[in-house]
Ligand binder design. Sequence first.
Ligand code: NAD
Ligand code: GLY
Length: 363
Amino acid sequence: MRTLNVALGERAYPILIGPGLLDRAAGVTNALVAPRLAIVSNTTVAPLYFEKLAGPLRQAGVGITAIVLPDGESHKNWETLNLIFDALLKERCDRTTTIVALGGGVVGDLAGFAAASYQRGVPFIQVPTTLLAQVDSSVGGKTGINHPRGKNMVGAFWQPKLVLADTDTLGTLPARELSAGLAEVIKYGLIRDLPFLEWLEANMAELMARDAAALSYAIERSCANKAEVVAGDERETAKDGGRALLNLGHTFGHAIETGLGYGQWLHGEAVAAGTVMAAELSRRLGWLTQSDVARVRDLLARAGLPVSGPKLGADRYLDLMGHDKKVIAGKLRLVLLQQIGTAVTCGDAAATDIRAAIEDCCA
Ligand code: NAD
Ligand code: GLY
């Protein structure tokens, strides 16, 4: 097992990464919180892993409330959030109850938002079971739900007390979901860790074959990158750079997710196509070469990801991108690549270039 730390002062917490951690959760969580947990999961993950996590905890004397949500991005909304509140209230969960998210990023974002707001805030633990959640969404405290007009538009920052990433759970992950997680892994290499990007280029075949050592290394290195960025800019308030850089490809990608309807494209797939758009725009600004863009496209394609977006029309993309959380006073800020391995925020790309980059990258 490897332990990383998210250095956030009094809100600091460990990320535990390794095989067999679900069975050992009792030993870790007992020291942290009162012996009452509400475990939030979904109809796909609960049959696979709920008892593995809950059984030993129950035996250790922990009271457990099970909250099983419908599965899918299309359920990341008010209605599903309310199912969590209904269950917490029905079971008379009090302020000492810890909410545990057992699942992918959708469960994590929903359960985290519930933890941030139930009785004005209760402790929270992330037990991520997708690659995407293990490398990204479980770390850093962003929680929330989608609005029909925009992705992740309602939410809160609420840091977990602990992240427990059991790498054995990746054994049951569908191939398409594994690829979606790799989009966020590649992101770290592109924005701030060139040696990691080179390692990914050399080891993509092993990752796609689910080689345990390669996956563990990729998770660890991704979490180390994320922890460092979050520790430096917890609430994404830095004027330049900072946490916003973790959103490479996301402004384009969120437009794809919202434009097609949540759940049509996976988040990671939309981020992958969005990353190619960001790279193409960076080329138009003179920062990347044609071969740099091909390098980005090639790595994403080798990870089984789409490298062009759906034809929504550039106007629709631009309209949807106007709802992005990085829009300040009506001005769109995009995360672009100054060079491979270095991202920047850019608030003055010409609309004609943005439009051309989108059109170039739509199938
Ligand atoms: P997801 O939560 O929808 O999970 C993907 C699918 O895999 C689901 O069907 C799920 O039930 C299933 N699944 C989960 N674990 C499994 C396992 N071990 N075996 C078999 N099936 C399993 O999707 P995701 O990719 O994990 O997360 C995407 C979400 O995360 C998006 O809503 C995105 O906005 C959000 N996100 C949040 C942050 C953040 O910082 N909070 C960062 C990145 C993404
Ligand atoms: N996934 C982007 C962030 O956590 O800031």
